[in-house]
Design a binder for this molecule. Structure first.
Ligand code: ADP
Ligand code: MG
Length: 273
């Protein structure tokens, strides 16, 4: 491989919410695709033993020869797990069910919370194959050791929140975990933002929930709201991001807007130091 410019570290964003079914995996896949479509080099790290991000990107089990389990248990370097997807500039480190045993395997090790951070350190090596600008970590629906690894490795956290009555329930627990990780493991960790998902504008309650979350969390909530869109939910069964499945649908448009907003926020964060 030909060496290019000196390697710089990617921005690492953990997509986390201990609730299941709020749109974490959908956001990892489609935000990753949207970022790649506008020129970023993206690695999605699947840290959910369910492997939905891997399946949704069309990566079958037999293609997952080296997985995030192998990486976090120290049996393989991250670069060995990285595989291309059908989307240019979008790569994946897939997961397998083994990952559900991580806690038993490494739960007593001193460095147990830093396995992902160590694995991502120097992921970019100055070659064209490893020059990621963004790493998106798809977390499991839990605040367990896997999620703590993601938070310890991340620059920031992106929280998908479903537009439903109990949206804010559980948020304080999530924020408490973020604070603990900041205190003990990763002092520079920040909340990148909250993205409201599965929004149905015809539903008065959904409108009220978005208003309430904006009032409560202020500017941390992205302008972009992801609509409930059947194309978004169909796409994974074809192993495709929605932007590949149907570029023109409202779901694809929303994820492109979110990607733009995230890059703008990154620039503002960088400018602010
Ligand atoms: P999580 O990873 O938080 O468990 P998922 O991203 O898997 O949540 O989403 C849960 C379910 O909701 C999936 O079946 C997904 O296809 C569907 N879904 C997610 N976002 C949308 C959306 N904006 N519109 C319609 N369906 C969605
Ligand atoms: Mg998921």
């Amino acid at each position: 491989p030909v060496a290019t410019a000196p390697a710089s570290a990617p921005r690492v964003i953990a997509i986390a919410n201990q609730k299941g079914g709020v749109g974490k995996t959908t956001t990892a896949i489609n935000l990753g695709t949207a970022l790649a479509a506008i020129g970023e080099h993206v690695l999605i790290v699947d840290l959910d033993p369910q492997g939905n991000a891997s399946t949704g990107l069309g990566i079958e089990r037999k293609q997952r020869r080296t997985s995030t389990y192998d990486v976090l248990t120290g049996h393989a370097p991250m670069r060995d797990a990285v595989i291309p997807t059908a989307v240019p500039q979008l790569h994946l480190a897939p997961s397998t069910m083994d990952l559900s045993g991580l806690e038993l395997e490494i739960g007593r090790e001193r460095d147990r919370a830093f396995r992902l951070r160590t694995a991502l350190h120097n992921i970019n090596n100055g070659t064209p194959a490893f020059n990621f600008t963004y790493v998106l970590v798809d977390c499991p629906p839990s605040l367990n050791l896997i999620t703590v690894n993601a938070m310890a490795a991340a620059n920031s956290i992106l929280v998908p929140m479903q537009c439903e009555f109990f949206a804010l329930e559980g948020l304080s627990q999530l924020l408490k975990t973020v604070d603990e990780v900041k205190k003990n493991l990763n002092p520079n960790l920040s909340i990148h933002g909250i993205v409201m998902t599965m929004f149905d504008s015809r539903n008065n309650l959904a409108n009220q929930v978005v208003a309430d979350v904006r009032q409560f969390m202020g500017k941390q909530v992205y302008e972009t709201v992801i609509p409930r869109n059947v194309r978004i939910s169909e796409a994974p069964s074809y192993g495709k991001p929605v932007l590949v499945y149907d570029l023109k649908c409202v779901g694809s448009e929303a994820y492109l807007r979110l990607a733009t907003e995230i890059i703008q926020r990154e620039r503002a964060m960088k400018a602010a130091g």
